[in-house]
Design a protein around this ligand. Structure first.
Ligand code: VGL
Ligand code: ZN
Length: 219
């Protein structure tokens, strides 16, 4: 995608899981995760009129927690009816300060907040569908009724909730742009020399998702 992308009225900025639980000091820290906050605030102040946000929002004993599976450790994987599930440290506890959107994020232009991951027996990375890839969160209906066509994604983590959101959005027919410097990833090792971040980039590029930097954007 060219630099100098002009942002217009059909464009919306997505803030994916910008929650302290995913930042240094949180339960599932993403390295440098807090660095996205000032950049997102700049995009909200200078570039985008419309925004949505998501919150990972888990009940106690959620199926994605390693602690819910005796003998398992965080970052182990297990097979569940809907596919392979990475097990995580307990995180994003409903109603806690670390599960709130980071208090320094300016929410003025955030028109809807989608919570996900609240069903005890299914994880939900994507902001469109839960991890069975069929249970909707409702965001697609909201975006369609509001006439948004192009979604710019920011937040945490690039290789999980941002990537799965980007993939679903592309499959649903949206134009999808990931603003890379406004995201941070977890980068779990996959095959030798590659991480979940490399794999996500390859998969998404194949689906037509664009990767840009925030200074490629113009109003
Ligand atoms: C996320 C792992 C578990 C994310 C959420 O926001 O990317 N990752 N839950
Ligand atoms: Zn989670």
């Amino acid at each position: 995608m060219p630099t100098n992308i002009i942002v217009d009225a059909h464009d919306i900025l997505g803030l994916v899981d910008v929650q302290p639980t995913f930042m240094p000091g949180g339960e599932l820290p993403v390295a440098d995760g807090d660095a996205v906050v000032p950049l997102i605030n700049r995009l909200l102040a200078d570039t985008f009129v419309h925004a949505f946000a998501t919150q990972d929002w888990h009940p106690p004993g959620h199926i994605s927690f390693a602690s819910a599976h005796p003998g398992k450790q965080p970052f182990d994987t297990i097979a569940l009816p809907y596919g392979t599930q990475v097990l995580w440290p307990d995180h994003a506890h409903q109603g806690t300060a670390n599960a709130a959107i980071h208090p320094e994020v300016d929410l003025t232009r955030v028109e809807v907040v989608i919570r996900k991951g609240f069903h005890p027996g299914i994880d939900s990375y994507s902001t469109f569908f839960e991890n069975d890839r069929t249970t909707p969160t409702g965001l697609d209906g909201w975006l369609r009724q509001r006439n948004f066509r192009r979604i710019f994604l920011t937040g945490l983590a690039t290789d999980f909730c941002v990537a799965w959101s980007a993939e679903d959005a592309a499959r649903l027919g949206y134009e999808v742009v990931v603003i890379e410097d406004a995201c941070r990833g977890i980068a779990l090792p996959t095959t030798p020399g590659r991480t979940t971040l490399d794999d996500a980039r390859t998969r998404l590029t194949g689906l037509g998702v664009h990767f840009i930097r925030s200074d490629d954007l113009r109003t």
